[in-house]
Write a protein that binds this ligand. Structure first.
Ligand code: ATP
Ligand code: ZN
Length: 299
């Protein structure tokens, strides 16, 4: 296949999204070798290469049609999108699907001693952030006039350095805030990893691979939490057992030879199965309960 017919996927080179993103592609069946320059992973068994870049560059690479697909935080996508809208242009990437990792929130945090009683408390203050577009929109929506101080990193130490009064930064556990004596007071934006693609139509073969990858990514996402449950139960207990099986579609019911009224029930559950559920199933009359991980799923 011609070089230009290979799908290019942009992934963060080294950071919080890297491991999960490469793992996702591997679960989709991709086997790759990492190039000498460490920038390109060459897909060995699919016409698909992975470009490893800074996360902030991913929307642009997709936008400029250098990459066909990108995996990046919704926070980065939204910041870019608002930046484009502010300049009267539409962003040239399409958001396809959210992925179940990279969860965090963009929050406003104030020094522990600063009083805070709502957005009005921010009026006239200097707020340090690397997300000026998202923050400015949030402030404007609430009619708050504050000074947005744009930094490129190390936002959490800006108040101590006297560069700002408070910050607006990404938080997941809150540990960094605590370590810097900051208190989270507003959640401005919730984020997780997302898949974006170029809106430019691709040559048919490439488009076909893109479609196949999307189906596989969807399958991988569904499988993560899914379990296959097998159990024995008296037929009369079936309604209660069906009610207890978390997120399952119609189970398969199989008669058991020589066991009279007893049947075997097999079901795929789209949610994790906890011990509590197993105990309830047993209480409802189930026995010989087995829970197996699901490896692949194609809806
Ligand atoms: P790069 O060198 O690629 O620019 P970075 O320092 O901007 O790296 P990371 O800190 O690795 O990026 O974060 C990448 C993405 O991970 C963020 O944009 C966000 O979507 C997500 N993320 C999840 N949890 C957090 C968190 N606690 N702090 C920051 N980002 C988080
Ligand atoms: Zn970055």
């Amino acid at each position: 296949m011609d070089k230009h017919e290979r799908l290019k996927v942009a992934v963060q080179k080294s950071g919080r999204l890297t491991e999960n993103s490469l793992d996702l592609l591997a679960r989709c069946g991709l086997k790759y070798t990492r190039g000498k320059d460490q920038l390109l992973c060459y897909g060995e068994n699919m016409p698909l290469d992975v470009l490893l870049v800074r996360d902030d560059d991913i929307p642009d690479l997709v936008q400029e049609d250098v990459c066909d697909l990108g995996i990046v935080g919704l926070n980065v996508v939204e910041e870019k999108r608002l930046g484009f809208l502010a300049r009267g242009r539409a962003p040239l990437f399409e958001q396809l699907q959210t992925l179940d990792y990279g969860r965090c929130r963009l929050s406003i945090a104030v020094p522990e001693k600063m009083p805070y009683s709502g957005p009005a408390s921010l009026a006239g203050k200097r707020i340090a952030t690397t997300y000026p577009n998202i923050l400015s929109k949030w402030l404007a929506d609430r009619g708050v006039r504050a000074e947005v101080v744009v930094l490129s990193g190390a936002v959490e130490i800006a108040p101590r350095l006297g560069r700002a009064d408070l910050i607006c930064d990404l938080v997941s556990t809150g540990g960094t805030l605590q370590a810097n004596s900051l208190r989270e007071v507003e959640k401005v934006f919730e984020s997780q990893a997302v898949l974006i693609r170029t809106p430019v139509p691709l040559p048919p073969e490439k488009e076909d691979w893109m479609r196949r990858m999307l189906v596989r990514i969807d399958g991988v996402q569904q499988v993560k939490e899914s379990k296959y449950i097998m159990l024995h139960a008296p037929r009369s207990a079936l309604p209660e057992i069906r009610r207890l099986l978390p997120g399952s579609e119609s189970p398969t019911v199989i008669p058991l030879d020589g066991l009279g009224d007893k049947v075997a029930v097999h079901a795929v559950c789209r949610e994790n199965v906890f011990w509590e559920t197993l105990e309830s199933l047993k209480g409802a009359g189930a026995s010989a309960v087995l829970v197996l991980p699901v490896e692949k799923m194609l809806a």
